[in-house]
Design a protein around this ligand. Structure first.
Ligand code: HEC
Ligand code: HEC
Ligand code: HEC
Length: 416
């Protein structure tokens, strides 16, 4: 699909577009045709500003959505151009300082739940075009809600310490030894699309563990898998086309986007240009990921037999006896890195609660996965997952019944 799309651009047109990408790796992929507002609209799609700054069912960008962090929830405020309750009265400097430096308009620190530590990769120009776009929207009057972080996290001054530890204001510097496409991909991943906000593990204080860049993290009751090119836990078995297709449609031959990733796909990646999803894929395929210590499978034969019996009964109708699934409908469990992930939270959660994957323009009707919370007990869920995590050539750490019990109680209080 992507090859077919690229074919017509060969020749003079491709030279031209390569030149444009070179000089403007950081601007939208078709900068010439974009007005400032249009460019800002596209950057706001790349950055998914609307995802956090829109309450469920609320007016776009009018705020009111609580963003969950390990320290409590922080409500994203109104960023429509309303002069009193939004950003209408802000100067460009104030807006730029909020988005790229995490400084609120009265000089207080913002919490990093607002991903300014990623947006700092954008240029001032990029951010001001986002503002031009926001200014073109209807102002909505909606006062900010009070934040609910417990002491000591409610002391915003402490964020100065956090910034010293984890924040460096650094605009993206292209690496001249790499292709423009790679640079564009790295810029989007580290900058506007803030993939590391969910995929890079965090310290106790919520800073990025930069030595484990994009190697998988736990957030909001989900595990976001390793998205480096590591062969076992990461995207090693995915082609660049598989990654681009997943970002564009929410599905590919081995996986489907669920939960927070379904949202990222629906609101952001599916609306990116094909050139940009391909650039992200090119970049991710270049990351070696962690060195593997091969651990012997710690699942015994009885567990495998019990899990295999449940699998044939309950799962094989959709996912196939050999775990290959049906492309774009039922994910291939044998090819899924998420299945083998060291942190099994997401797969346990999917078995307990069922799942519905992203619905995008390209693939509007998403297939669903039933919930097994009542049909199988915690020991049986652990057994069937151990079976899929250690069959078809895979070897992954064992899941215990108590891991399932933990996820069951953690997710019990959540709406989705
Ligand atoms: C992951 C969620 C998230 C995303 C994505 C996000 N924001 Fe925010 N934003 C927040 C939260 C939460 C706050 C409030 C932080 C606080 O109170 O310390 C905030 C605060 C702000 C503020 C300060 C507003 C005020 O009244 O103090 C501005 C401006 C802002 N965001 C703009 C943006 C723009 C522009 C984008 C896209 C480029 C964006 N945000 C993307 C979560 C997000
Ligand atoms: C709001 C948090 C969040 C953000 C932002 C996010 N992801 Fe994810 N991602 C997740 C979670 C959670 C999962 C696991 C659920 C799933 O696979 O559907 C996931 C799954 C994935 C997968 C599937 C991996 C597999 O083995 O099945 C890929 C690929 C991926 N993300 C890439 C990205 C890229 C690239 C970006 C940035 C453009 C990104 N994600 C941004 C949370 C996020
Ligand atoms: C009715 C068809 C159906 C049955 C039966 C079914 N699944 Fe699924 N399964 C799906 C669909 C559809 C998805 C993708 C849903 C999504 O990602 O939101 C999925 C996703 C998954 C995933 C996540 C894979 C990934 O990489 O995204 C795992 C793991 C999984 N199923 C395991 C199982 C197990 C174990 C069983 C049996 C106990 C089972 N499924 C039974 C349809 C089914």
């Amino acid at each position: 699909m992507h090859r077919a799309y690229r074919a017509p651009t060969l020749g003079i047109a491709s030279l031209l577009s390569a030149a444009i990408v070179c000089s403007a790796y950081a601007s939208a992929s078709d900068p010439q045709e974009f007005t400032a507002i249009e460019r800002g609209r596209y950057l706001s799609v790349l950055s998914d500003c609307g995802g956090c700054h829109t309450a469920p069912g609320g007016r776009p960008f009018a705020g009111g959505r609580p963003i969950e962090t390990p320290f409590g929830s922080i409500v994203a405020p109104n960023i429509t151009p309303d002069p009193e309750t939004g950003i209408g009265a802000w100067t460009d400097d104030q807006f730029d300082a909020a988005v790229r430096r995490g400084i609120g308009w009265n000089g207080t620190h913002l919490y990093p739940a607002m991903p300014y530590n990623a947006y700092t990769r954008m240029s001032r120009d990029d951010v001001l075009s986002v503002r031009a776009y926001l200014n073109s929207l209807d102002p909505v009057r909606k006062p900010r809600s009070r934040n609910t972080l417990p002491f000591p996290f409610n002391v915003r001054k402490l964020m100065a310490v956090w910034n010293k530890l984890y924040f460096a204001a650094t605009e993206y510097e292209p690496d001249p030894t790499r292709s423009p496409e790679w640079n564009r991909g790295k810029f989007i991943v580290d900058g506007p699309a803030h993939c590391g906000a969910c995929h890079t593990p965090k310290t106790m204080l919520g800073g990025d563990r930069t030595d484990q860049y994009l190697q998988g993290a736990n957030l909001q009751g989900w595990s976001a898998p390793d998205i480096t090119n590591n062969a076992r836990t990461g995207l090693g078995s995915w082609t660049a086309e598989d990654i681009a297709l997943y970002l564009k449609t929410g599905h590919n031959r081995m996986s489907a986007a669920t939960g927070p990733m379904a949202e990222a796909v629906e609101l952001s990646t599916s609306r990116m240009t094909d050139a940009d999803t391909t650039a992200i894929a090119t970049y991710l395929k270049s990351l070696p990921g962690k060195a593997e210590e091969r651990s012997a499978p710690s699942v015994d034969g009885n567990m495998m037999a019990a899990g295999g019996a449940i699998y044939r009964d309950q799962c094989s109708a959709c996912h196939g006896i050999e775990g290959k699934g049906v492309a774009h409908l039922f994910p291939s469990l044998s090819a899924s890195a998420m299945v083998r992930s060291d942190d099994p939270t997401t797969v346990i959660r999917m078995l307990l609660r069922g799942a519905r994957s992203a619905s995008t323009d390209a693939e509007p009707t998403a297939a669903g996965m039933p919930s097994y919370a009542w049909l199988l007990d915690d020991g049986q869920i652990a057994a069937v997952l151990n079976y899929v995590r250690n069959s078809w050539g895979a070897a992954s750490p064992a899941i215990a019944a108590r891991d399932v019990t933990r996820v069951r109680s953690e997710t019990a209080s959540r709406a989705d």
